[in-house]
Structure formats: structure tokens, C-alpha cells
Design a protein around this ligand. Structure first.
Ligand code: AMP
Ligand code: FES
Ligand code: ZN
Length: 332
């Protein structure tokens, strides 16, 4: 297998692009794709300060790496969810990356704002963990960006994440979720910042390969509460389709954006106001995040121990794509 660019020995084959690359040319290809996405979708300019939400995983650290290398003005944001060893390790990965690149990193803990970390929130609310966690992350990203002078937040969502979300919403025909799914969520209110996903055209396998070939040290484990999540099943199903017919994942999601999303966009405009407590946007009096804090304070219950990492089920930890990418990279 030869590199499409230089004719040297290829380390990675990309079937959907009908191409193979050596390590250096793959990294250039990946960066070019990400930067072209930022430019074409008008996500941000080189002068605009961008807050990159980093989880310590491969996608968000790969994104930060690309933006630093391409000369964008970035700072990282790590949200400490307080989920035992998982949070401690992922925070350490973000801190090490920021130190190595001499890049600023903002740290915000859920416990500071909600009064309790995610395991206690989970015990108090009895909501599926990730709904409270997702709400907290979106709130903290927006609020931190506003308070610290960023007009845009970038996340590491990749093509697999977006296609799996789309599949989930389609299986439920959830029209409002379908309308909201876009790689650029414009700021429709002075208290909202733009949210963008520059890696949405790159697959999980490609981001894993980029992180690996760039020597990025990231946390391989997924959040222990994500185990058994339906999104993982959806990703597996899409990977089977991709194996049988390379390019189907990209076609599913990218053609949705081109041809179908407009059909779902809501016609009615929701009126946003300032939360009477915290000043962030809400459609009511008090925002969902402040209500979450109230609920946690009212019903404080001791949390159960955070589930331990199970080394025997790699497919449930998103590990498999990392291992596949690494194995292929080392293959002669
Ligand atoms: P996830 O929902 O865990 O798949 O994460 C999607 C994206 O959200 C990641 O690529 C990050 O950009 C961002 N993100 C997730 N967790 C955190 C966190 N703890 N702190 C900051 N950003 C995060
Ligand atoms: Fe949301 Fe784990 S509970 S990332
Ligand atoms: Zn509020």
C-alpha cells in the first residue's frame, strides 16, 4: 500500500476516500479537512478567540492540537464532572496537553456550580446520568465562554457521534432534535455563544489515528456511566453498514444536512429570557440548570460508588476503534 501523496509506505487506508497515506501526509490531510470545515461553515476566524471544550479524550484533544498547529487563538475548557478516577485521569490528560503546548486551560467543576458532583446529582435526581451531565456541560460551556470573553465554543464531536445521534433521533422521529442537529449552532441571543463542531466530517477512526500518530496522550476509557448506552449500539450498527459499504456513514449524516434538515427546522420562534437567578437564557423564569441545583439541594442522597473500569469489555468502552486504528497503523 502506497501513500497517495508521496508514494512512500502508507500506514493507514481510508476506504471511503479510496486513499492510503503515510503518517505525515495523513496528519496533513486531517488538518486540512478540519480547517476547511471551519472556513466553509464560517465557524470562526483566525482572530476570534475560541474556547475548545476538552474532555481528555482523543477527539477534543486532536481538535485542540489541530487548531493550535494552524495558528488559531485558542484556550481549553475542562469541566470537572467529579466522576471518580475517570475525572481525575481525564483532567490530568488535559492539564498535561495544555502544559506541553503552553496553552491556557480553564477549569470549572460541576460541584462548584451545582453544589454536588455528577455521582451525587445522579443519586439526587434519578435522571439518566447523561441528561443532567449534558445539561451541566452545555450550561458551563456557554457561561464560561461569556464570562471569559469567548464568542465561540468548539467541541470534538466527530462524524460517528453525529451519525449516531442522527440515527437515534430518526428512530424516534424526534422532529425538534432533528431540527437542532447542526455543526454550527448560531448565537441567537446576546447571552448565547456560537457552538461549533469542526471535526464533524472526520470519523472516529480518523481522529483516533490522528491522535495516535501525533503522539497525543489521551484517556482511552469512556465515562463509566456511558456503559451500555444506546448511542454505543447505534455506533456499532453504523460501523457494520460502513464495513459493508464504505462511505455510508458520511452519506447518512452529510446528506441529512444538505437535503433533509431544512424540512425539520421549526417555524415558530421560541422566546428566550434571562433566568431570574443566574442571568443565562431560559424559556421560563428559572433555567433548567438552576432547577437542577435546587433539586440536588432538596434531595441530597449519598451516591453509589462510581462503577469500576471493566477491562473485559473493550467494545463497551469505545476502545475498539482505537485498537483497530493502532493495529492498522502498525501493519506492514
Ligand atoms: P461526549 O458527549 O462525551 O461525547 O463529548 C463530546 C464533546 O463534548 C467532546 O468532544 C468535548 O469537546 C466536549 N466535552 C465532553 N466532556 C467534557 C468535559 N468534561 N469538559 C469539557 N468538554 C467536554
Ligand atoms: Fe455524562 Fe458520563 S455521565 S459523560
Ligand atoms: Zn439559571
Amino acid at each position: 500500500m502506497k501513500c497517495k501523496k508521496c508514494g512512500g509506505k502508507a500506514v493507514l487506508e481510508l476506504r471511503r476516500h479510496n486513499a492510503a497515506f503515510c503518517a505525515d501526509d495523513f496528519r496533513a490531510f486531517f488538518r486540512h479537512h478540519a480547517v476547511e470545515t471551519v472556513r466553509r461553515w464560517r465557524m470562526f476566524t483566525r482572530d476570534e478567540p475560541v474556547l475548545v471544550a476538552v474532555s481528555g479524550g482523543k477527539d477534543s484533544l486532536a481538535l485542540w492540537d489541530v487548531l493550535i498547529a494552524e495558528g488559531y487563538r485558542t484556550a481549553g475548557l475542562y469541566i470537572d464532572l467529579g466522576i471518580g478516577a475517570y475525572s481525575r485521569e481525564s483532567k490530568a490528560k488535559c492539564e498535561a496537553f495544555a502544559a506541553e503546548h503552553a496553552a491556557p486551560l480553564h477549569l470549572v467543576a460541576v460541584a462548584e456550580l451545582v453544589g454536588a458532583a455528577i455521582p451525587e446529582v445522579r443519586a439526587a435526581t434519578r435522571r439518566p446520568t447523561c441528561s443532567a451531565c449534558g445539561l451541566s456541560k452545555r450550561y458551563i460551556m456557554n457561561r464560561t465562554a461569556l464570562e471569559r470573553g469567548f464568542s465561540v465554543v468548539a467541541t470534538g464531536h466527530n462524524l460517528d457521534d453525529e451519525a449516531a445521534t442522527l440515527l437515534g433521533s430518526t428512530l424516534r422521529w424526534d422532529a425538534s432534535a432533528l431540527a437542532r442537529q447542526t455543526p454550527v449552532l448560531e448565537a441567537t441571543h446576546p447571552k448565547l455563544v456560537r457552538r461549533v463542531k469542526p471535526l464533524f466530517r472526520l470519523s472516529e477512526r480518523e481522529t483516533a489515528a490522528y491522535a495516535f500518530l501525533s503522539g497525543i496522550d489521551y484517556i482511552v476509557e469512556e465515562c463509566p456511566y456511558a456503559r451500555g448506552a444506546t448511542s454505543i449500539t447505534h455506533k456499532e450498527i453504523l460501523n457494520r453498514l460502513e464495513d459493508a459499504s464504505p462511505g455510508s456513514k458520511a452519506s447518512f449524516f452529510l446528506n441529512y444536512l444538505d437535503r433533509a434538515r431544512g424540512l425539520f427546522q421549526a417555524r415558530e420562534v421560541v422566546e428566550l429570557r434571562a433566568c431570574v437567578r443566574c442571568g443565562q437564557t431560559t424559556t421560563g423564569e428559572v433555567c433548567a440548570f438552576c432547577k437542577l441545583g435546587d433539586q440536588v439541594r432538596r434531595t441530597a442522597r449519598p451516591s453509589e460508588p462510581v462503577p469500576a473500569d471493566r477491562g473485559d469489555a473493550p467494545e463497551l468502552r469505545g476502545l475498539i476503534s482505537d485498537l483497530q486504528a493502532a493495529a492498522e497503523i502498525h501493519a506492514p
